[in-house]
Design a protein around this ligand. Structure first.
Ligand code: PXP
Length: 246
């Protein structure tokens, strides 16, 4: 089975820093700490309102880190131009609502408008691997292939936010969509809302090659420290992967 990479979303380290309008805690220090603890990459979401990660953070992370940087962004001219200039390893295109607390669901690709395909073309042309954040749905997978995406990230929020005994149908949807995406040649990622008690179901899906986890781990850092939380998440991933080994 392919290894499952863990990319850590450090947006909320920036949220904490911004609460006092200062420089501590520094997202770059957090990135270094989680990579040292075994994370495979760093994810940041540069939002239109810059409520957490800011342009200078992305520039510093890009300049200082050897690990893959995944830039989550809306498909707007402003964001595409930033990504073309900074050339992160990956861009994950997400829907963005100004008043949402966090990304509320996957992008509806057929309804997203013509600029989405142009964004994918321009970002891919800059050597960036482009992923689209979608619901686990065959039509969305096919639409991602049609616009030339290299990867999709399945929205796991509905699964992870459900009560443990109500998660099965949501997990089944993701488990059924993953082989469809993989057969179409897409790299299969997953993320949103994942925590210690929900990671195993996702990690047991063989076609999923990367998960992106942020809020829970930054929250857990309050109790056990960020490196320890990353190590524990990595161990849970390895355990679930091992249990699925044929
Ligand atoms: N994937 C995407 C596309 C997201 O927008 C987010 C939240 O920024 C995440 C993953 C990580 O979600 P969480 O912070 O809930 O782990």
């Amino acid at each position: 089975m392919t290894p499952l990479r863990l990319s850590i979303n450090i947006d909320h380290v920036a949220t904490l820093r911004n609460a006092r309008a200062g420089t501590h805690p520094d997202p770059l220090d957090a990135a270094r700490a989680v990579l040292e603890a075994g994370a495979d990459g760093i994810t940041v979401h540069l939002r239109e309102d810059r409520r957490h990660i800011r342009d200078a953070d992305v520039e510093r992370l890009r300049a200082a880190l050897d690990a893959p940087l995944n830039l989550e962004m809306a498909a707007t001219e402003e964001m595409v131009a930033i990504a073309e200039r900074l050339r992160p390893a990956d861009c994950c295109i997400v829907p963005e609502g100004r008043h949402e607390l966090t990304t509320e669901g996957g992008l509806d690709i057929p309804r997203a408008g013509a600029f989405l395909a142009e964004a994918v073309r321009r970002l891919s042309g800059a050597g960036i691997r482009v992923s689209i954040f979608i619901e686990a749905d065959r039509a969305q997978v096919e639409a991602a292939v049609a616009i030339g995406a290299a990867a999709i990230e399945f929205h796991t929020g509905t699964y992870a936010d459900a009560a443990p005994d109500a998660r099965a149908p949501h997990l089944r949807r993701i488990a059924e969509a993953a082989p469809i995406a993989a057969a179409a040649g897409l790299a299969c990622h997953a993320g949103h809302g994942l925590a210690y008690d929900s990671i195993a179901g996702i990690a047991a899906i063989p076609d999923i090659s990367e998960v992106s986890i942020g809020h829970f781990l930054v929250g857990q850092a309050v109790f056990e420290g960020l490196p320890a939380a990353v190590r524990r998440m990595k161990a849970l991933i390895a355990e679930a992967r091992e249990a699925r080994r044929p």
